[in-house]
Design a protein around this ligand. Structure first.
Ligand code: C5P
Length: 295
């Protein structure tokens, strides 16, 4: 039987690889190996890439979707690396048919690749019938990238270390967003290279439950310390932030991760939808999405 014939089976299932937003991102230091120490509140939203898993004897990965052509070959991405690493960890020959629908722009600060890698680990744990071992999976995730452990959580987290030390934030209030990307890839290593080592003082994280008003008041005074470095690389970031900030009912506009995706925060879905429509009209060639917090 050919792969295509086998592809649609009753045992296949899908997983969303949700986009990640850094509601703030403070760089607090640098390790001897060059990696930066940070503090960030990372959240996930209901837009993302989609992965479909089906049983298959070999390892087969195919990619489609709006941004699939921006990726190198299927075997040169984090989905493939995640499958190999998980196979190594459990001493299993990596197998399965994985279809990745790439809906998120690449190298865009919203964790597309990291979230794909995390969803691959979660999907293959299910497909291969592996035990539920979160600490072991976290260790594998860490080898794939600093953000990948957080992407396994798919819930609001407080992140420290180089991003890998994550604490879940329960009881987050509902939040709505608009995402705007001026379609200029900003690879993370290039942004960190331009970052001038001015470090933020570490915040004391208490984990205390806060109302939406308290969160917004806090978040407004926090920053994304990579904004200037990212804007040097992609000078459309500042105009994008300005466009979002001008939409009605926007609490604040900020860069996510190393960019170039920027986001605005709103109380209500209606306000985020209206903002998305406005931004689509104003920037017809940019990527715009409306999104809701995953809790
Ligand atoms: O871990 P990841 O592959 O996402 O990181 C890409 C690059 O970003 C690293 O090679 C490093 O140059 C930079 N980085 C950093 N500090 C972090 C995360 C990433 O300097 N906390």
């Amino acid at each position: 039987m050919s792969y295509k014939q086998k592809k649609v089976t009753q045992n296949s299932f899908s997983l969303l690889a949700p986009a990640k937003l850094n509601l703030f991102l403070h760089i607090t230091g640098r390790r001897d190996d060059g990696y930066h120490l940070l503090q960030s509140m990372m959240v996930f939203v209901d837009v993302g890439d989609e992965l479909r898993f089906a049983p298959y004897d070999g390892l087969f990965i195919d990619i489609d979707g709006e941004f699939s052509t921006d990726l190198a070959t299927p075997h040169d991405n984090l989905v493939y690396r995640a499958a190999l690493l998980l196979g190594e960890e459990y001493n299993i020959k990596p197998h399965g048919a994985i279809s990745l629908r790439k809906n998120l722009p690449i190298a865009s600060g919203i964790g597309g690749g990291s979230s794909d890698a995390a969803a691959t680990l979660l999907g293959l744990v299910k497909l291969w019938g592996l035990p539920d071992e979160p600490a072991r999976l976290h260790r594998v995730a860490q080898k794939l990238g600093a953000d990948v452990p957080a992407c396994l959580m798919r819930k609001p987290v407080w992140a420290e270390g180089i991003g890998e030390k994550v604490t879940t934030l329960p009881d987050m209030p509902g939040m709505h967003f608009v995402l705007l990307n001026p379609m200029t890839p900003t690879p993370t290593p290039h942004v960190f290279k331009r970052f001038r080592e001015r470090h933020s003082a570490p915040l004391q994280f208490t984990g205390r439950r806060k109302t939406i008003q308290e969160w917004i008041a806090d978040l407004k005074i926090y920053r994304n310390d990579l904004t200037d470095a990212a804007n040097e690389l992609s000078p459309l970031i500042k105009p994008a932030l300005q466009s979002i900030a001008e939409t009605p009912n926007c609490h604040f506009a900020r860069l996510s991760g190393s960019g170039a995706t920027c986001f605005g925060l709103y109380d209500h879905a209606d306000a985020a939808r209206a903002a998305a429509n406005k931004l689509r009209q104003k920037h017809p060639n940019w990527w715009v999405a409306q999104a809701t917090l995953l809790k």
